[in-house]
Design a protein around this ligand. Structure first.
Ligand SMILES: C[S@@+](CC[C@H](N)C(=O)[O-])C[C@H]1O[C@@H](n2cnc3c(N)ncnc32)[C@H](O)[C@@H]1O
Length: 411
């Protein structure tokens, strides 16, 4: 049974507070937006709901000058970048996760129709070749599957990590697809990256991993040829989404970069708006969630392993020390955002309360206490969220748990 939407509280000037309330209500009222443009192309944990992103991107577009740049320092899979483009804004995204960068770039790829079609045709050709090679291998018996050796990865260790997750015939097809993409990399690195994102999008579906956020091994009966067919479908889905997105807003720049050092890619005072959703304290482990994809695709991820803020593993390992580290990271991220924004410009942030390392974390309080004198809270809206289990209920000690949209303004 669908859950009743949580009660919403808000504060701030009426027009702003109403827009924030609309942003929180949007997923229930306009759920279909999640299937439009390139939003449905690739799963990503704690993805911002596209309907929320749309309301906020439009609010920010209304309050920023013509030609303003919207920045998302924690852009993840690029939901805000897609919506910024659709709202006609130029956008810049950063994220420490190399997979997020790959996906966000693919979802906002802005090229002439001819080139987009080239990507689609090549994707189909690669899928057909992998399918044919799989059939031939079956006829000729037990030939070992070809395996790539991505630079920077110990091939034996990588093999051991991947071996249990894919049936041998599936692994063969996936390696064939990845190898063919690599062969085209020298001709056109952009098309190769976009096709790699398409391959990434189907990896968990054909693996024995339960989901992005659940590493349980589950038996899956993936038929021969299924990986190639899923890959071709994903190419088609992205191609259609990119066509719908058209060329409005221009291509965003997406950098693999730490949000706390935004000034290295966004000049001080140059951002007309920020729209972002940082990690929720102690809730997700982006490095762990993507480990199988990062291993398979051969994407180096030391920056994410070392620089991910608010991860669950950090709270599990370090308890109260992690809480201090989280508040420091939040302070530095907000300082970075304040520095990037033009005077008077707004930053909209979506963030939720959480149960981290056995403690209740109140995101609105944490943001307020982490602000320096560059940024002030202009308005906020909070929607009550259900408690997930007795541990969480006990930690919150009768206080409500909520998800917040906070509008900050640069002084
Ligand atoms: C809530 S998710 C953002 C999801 C995104 N809005 C979307 O719709 O896909 C938070 C993101 O913060 C990233 N992240 C964590 N620590 C970071 C850091 N220090 N600098 C930049 N990004 C970081 C994670 O990789 C993750 O993609």
């Amino acid at each position: 049974m669908p859950r009743a939407p949580g009660k919403i509280f808000a504060d701030g000037p009426r027009e702003l507070a109403e827009a924030l309330v609309a942003a929180l209500k949007a997923p229930a009222e306009h759920h279909d937006i999640a299937e439009t443009l390139t939003h449905g192309f690739h799963s990503y944990p704690a993805r911002l709901h596209p309907a929320t992103a749309r309301v906020l991107a439009e609010l920010l577009a209304d309050h920023s000058p013509e030609g303003a740049v919207l920045v998302d320092p924690f852009c993840g899979s690029g939901t805000t970048l897609v919506e910024a483009r659709a709202a006609g804004l130029r956008a810049v995204g950063t994220d420490l996760n190399p997979l997020a960068v790959l996906v966000a770039r693919a979802k906002t790829w802005t090229v002439p129709v001819r080139k987009r079609n080239e990507m689609r045709d090549l994707g189909h050709e690669i899928a057909s070749q992998a399918l044919a090679a799989g059939k031939a291998a079956r006829r000729s018996g037990a030939e070992p599957a070809p395996q790539r050796k991505p630079k920077g990865f110990d091939p034996n260790a990588r093999n051991r990590r991947l071996a249990s997750w894919f049936a041998p015939h599936v692994r063969r097809e996936l390696e064939m697809i990845a190898m063919s993409i690599d062969e085209h990399r020298e001709d056109d690195v952009q098309i190769a990256d976009v096709l790699t994102a398409c391959l990434s999008a189907i990896l968990y579906k054909v693996s024995s991993r339960a989901s992005d956020t659940d590493t349980t091994w589950v038996p899956k009966n993936v038929p021969r040829g299924a990986a190639s067919r899923h890959f071709a479908q994903r190419v088609e889905l992205l191609h259609a989404g990119l066509a719908d997105l058209g060329r409005s807003g221009g291509p965003p720049d997406v950098f693999e970069h730490d949000a706390r050092r935004l000034h290295e890619v966004v000049p001080d005072g140059s951002a007309g708006a920020v729209l972002t959703s940082p990690p929720y304290a102690g809730t997700y482990d982006y490095a762990e969630h993507q480990r199988l994809r990062l291993d398979f695709l051969g994407l180096p991820h030391r920056g994410l392993d070392e620089g991910e803020i608010g991860s669950r593993r950090s709270f599990d390992a370090a308890g109260p020390v992690a809480e201090r580290a989280w508040l420091d990271a939040l302070t530095n991220s907000l300082r970075s955002i304040g520095r990037a924004l033009a005077p008077g410009a707004y930053a909209a942030m979506v963030i939720g309360d959480s149960w981290a390392g056995g403690r209740a974390m109140y995101a609105l309080d944490d943001v307020r206490s982490s602000l320096d004198d560059q940024l002030g809270v202009a308005a906020w809206a909070s929607q009550l969220r259900p408690m997930l289990g007795t541990g969480e209920r006990r930690a919150f000690e009768g206080r409500a748990k909520a998800e917040h949209v906070i509008l900050l303004q640069r002084r």
